[in-house]
Design a protein around this ligand. Structure first.
Ligand code: KG4
Ligand code: ZN
Length: 338
């Protein structure tokens, strides 16, 4: 079984081919850098770029794997959540390709794709497990009881983790996307350099997250303390944001140490987060699986993989043309499809 994955929910135009052993046969990814000068993704620009890039990208991966469309078992495409116009481009393309080739379409939930990407590091990961999904738009701690049985343990009350990094980077004029910009700047801080203090959110006894207080505190503190460099602020912000993220995760994990933890989504590429969770897993004598760094941020392979899993579990798409869902809580997957 080989599935083509198409991802156009935001500013990555990405396609890939994945087989039923979860091997990536070919892939192509273009991160649209034209958004950088605006400090955020411009939806209309993103849609146009997807339209220009998609056709060639798909031809490229098929050629690369020496396959013809009829050899595919499915065309997996992100139908939500994401930017409406950007999602439409991928969905319309997938529809046309499916009609022309006779290959069935597989609608994919973007976060479900992030959730299962840890399979790229270990194919034997089995339910139940705990999943921390941290992207530009979402922050979720989920207990994965089984495929499509997703119990939300905690979510953000305000900004998403990645959004917090993006906003902080904009404030510190470090560039876009903010996560890597903040992490790189933090890296330039010298050992023993004095760093400003920023607050760490703690919403216990709930397992929810919050990042807006940290964002406001950063803004106030930067204005009041011009003596600190942007690098120093970046280092303090990274620590405070990652610790705010870890608080509820650690509390739930310590109470349920038998559950392995997986992380996925753009922020899961953060080295400090990965290091802290690796150390905790050792202490708790449990297992931790981090999605490979190159598959944390949006990519086509995770969409193809989600398509393979969907086929393996016998889900069949009944609608063509497919509908897009710009807002699409992952908890609804259980209710709609099972
Ligand atoms: O999953 P993703 O590629 O797109 C969405 O689905 O939103 O995540 C993008 C987010 C951005 O907010 C970006 O700043 C953040 O992931 N990010 C990081 C790092 N790399 C990307 N955040 C913290 N540290 C990183 N190394
Ligand atoms: Zn994503």
């Amino acid at each position: 079984m080989i599935v083509l994955g198409i991802e156009t929910s935001c500013d990555e135009t990405a396609v890939a081919l994945v087989d039923d052993s979860y091997n990536i046969l070919a892939q192509r990814l273009t991160r649209q850098i034209e958004h950088e000068r605006w400090g955020g993704v411009v939806p209309e620009t993103a849609s146009r770029a997807h339209l220009e890039l998609l056709d060639t990208a798909i031809r490229y991966v098929l050629l690369d794997a020496s396959l013809i469309p009829a050899q595919l078992s499915g065309i997996a495409v992100t139908t939500g959540p994401g930017l409406a116009g950007a999602l439409w481009v991928g969905a319309a393309f997938a529809d046309g390709f499916s009609l022309a080739s006779g290959v069935p379409i597989i609608p994919v939930h973007h976060l479900e794709a992030h959730l299962w990407s840890a399979l790229f590091v270990d194919k034997t990961i089995a339910t139940p497990f705990l999943a921390l999904l941290v992207s530009g738009g979402h922050t979720l701690l989920i207990r994965v009881n089984a495929y499509r049985n997703y119990e939300i343990i905690g979510t953000t009350r305000d900004d998403a983790a990645g959004e917090a990094f993006d906003k902080a980077a904009r404030l510190l004029e470090l560039g876009f996307p903010g996560g890597p910009a903040i992490a790189n700047a933090a890296h330039r801080v010298k050992k023993n350099q004095r760093l400003p203090k920023l607050p760490i959110a703690d919403l216990s006894p709930s397992f929810d997250f919050s990042f807006s207080g940290l964002k406001s505190a950063l803004k106030r503190a930067v204005d009041g303390h011009p003596e600190f460099s942007p690098e120093a602020w970046a280092a303090s912000f990274e620590t405070a944001a990652i610790e705010s993220l870890l608080k509820p995760v650690m509390r739930y994990w310590q109470a349920n140490p038998k559950l392995p933890l997986i992380i996925g989504g753009g922020v899961a590429a953060n080295q400090l987060l990965r290091k802290r969770l690796t150390e905790t897993a050792e202490k708790l004598k449990t297992r931790f699986f981090a999605t490979p760094i190159e598959y944390c941020t949006d990519n086509g392979a995770m969409i193809a993989l989600a398509g393979v899993l969907s086929l393996e579990h016998g889900f069949q798409n009944s609608e063509q043309p497919v509908t897009i869902h710009p807002r699409f809580p992952i908890s609804q997957l259980t209710a709609h499809d099972s």
